[in-house]
Design a protein around this ligand. Structure first.
Ligand SMILES: Cc1cc2nc3c(=O)[nH]c(=O)nc-3n(C[C@H](O)[C@H](O)[C@H](O)COP(=O)(O)O)c2cc1C
Length: 303
């Protein structure tokens, strides 16, 4: 293993840098050699195409971004036909993010993807409403997360990552439920819930009221949740939440992440992933350190 290599469950990563679902479409191949990333994580796909939410969809805050995209995606079959062939061409790990509105729909999507070659893993987005549970998000209920993970893990030998929502009372309980259900790894955090109101008129900015909050401002929250979850489970973590440079990436690795994903920062600097990999590599070489030896080594020592 060289000093920047790492692992996420069953997957070997040439470096720990990947991208957060929904923030890094195929168009980024104009700026970034995808082969150089640790993995590619796709936008969440659903069984049927989704046109997404009515605009406005984005609102910038100081240090953060609110989004209300509404899982716009071409749907499973169009994804397989039009997008998967393009992604398959890359030598790095390919992780497909998907979501369903019931456990049976999640299973159906996974089984359909199992027929397709060139996929290394699945990131299960549990932040969507569950039609079988009064529309509550799957990810807020430990029992349902456990059941969903258990059902999906029986159907695949590919890497199974459960992406956790931070909008819960105790994320550790949900993390444990996913681990007990057979998840190979966990991914966290999805966006925090937020909203925007115009102070001049009192008008609520987003049509749905709520939006997902991301970007540098959420980093301390994400760091704490990753640290807490890492102490609770024995499976590896893919961390995201406000990572903007190689130093942020390193902090998450110290907190217990084996792999880190860059999200919102891709909108600010489309080459941030590659810059982060290069800077991290230089740092590790200069200090003669390896990623493997830094994972979970956050400490209280005076240095
Ligand atoms: C515009 C936008 C779209 C997103 N779409 C998805 C998505 O489709 N699926 C998903 O699991 N997370 C989605 N996310 C959440 C990110 O993957 C990530 O978990 C979150 O933004 C925190 O990381 P960041 O602060 O680096 O962006 C989206 C985030 C943004 C900003």
């Amino acid at each position: 293993m060289n000093n920047i290599e790492t692992k996420l469950g069953k997957l070997q990563f040439q470096n720990p840098i990947t991208v957060a679902s929904g923030t890094f479409g195929y168009e980024y191949s104009d700026y970034v050699d995808f082969n150089k990333l640790g993995a590619i994580v796709t936008k969440t796909i659903t069984k049927h195409p989704k046109i997404g939410n009515k605009p406005p969809r984005l609102f910038e805050t100081s240090g953060g971004l609110l989004n209300s995209i509404g899982l716009q995606n071409p749907g499973l079959e169009n994804f397989i036909k039009d997008e998967l062939p393009k992604y398959r061409g890359f030598s790095t790990n390919l992780i497909i993010s998907f979501s369903g509105s019931s456990i049976s729909e999640f299973k159906e999507i996974l089984l359909r993807l199992e027929d397709e070659e060139g996929i290394d893993g699945y990131e299960i987005n549990v932040s969507c409403p569950n039609v079988e549970n009064e529309g509550l998000a799957f990810g807020v209920d430990a029992k349902i997360v456990n059941k969903l993970t258990g059902e999906l893990s029986k159907l695949t030998t590919r890497e199974l990552t459960i992406k956790l929502s931070p909008n819960v009372t105790d994320i550790k309980e949900i993390a444990k439920a996913a681990e007990d259900g057979g998840a190979d790894s966990l991914s966290l955090i999805n966006t925090l819930l937020g909203m925007a109101i115009d102070w001049k008129t009192g008008k609520i900015y987003f049509k749905r009221g709520l939006a997902g909050y991301s970007g540098p401002v959420i980093k301390p929250v994400a760091l704490n949740l990753v640290y807490q979850v890492a102490k609770t489970v024995n499976i590896p973590i893919m961390a995201m939440g406000g990572i903007s440079n190689w130093m942020d990436a390193l902090e998450f690795i110290y907190a217990g992440a084996s792999v880190v994903a860059i999200g919102t920062q891709n909108f600010v600097n489309p080459k941030i992933t590659i810059e982060t990999i290069n800077n991290l590599q230089n740092f590790l070489e200069e200090k003669k350190l390896t990623i493997k030896n830094l994972i979970g080594k956050a400490n209280m020592e005076e240095k």
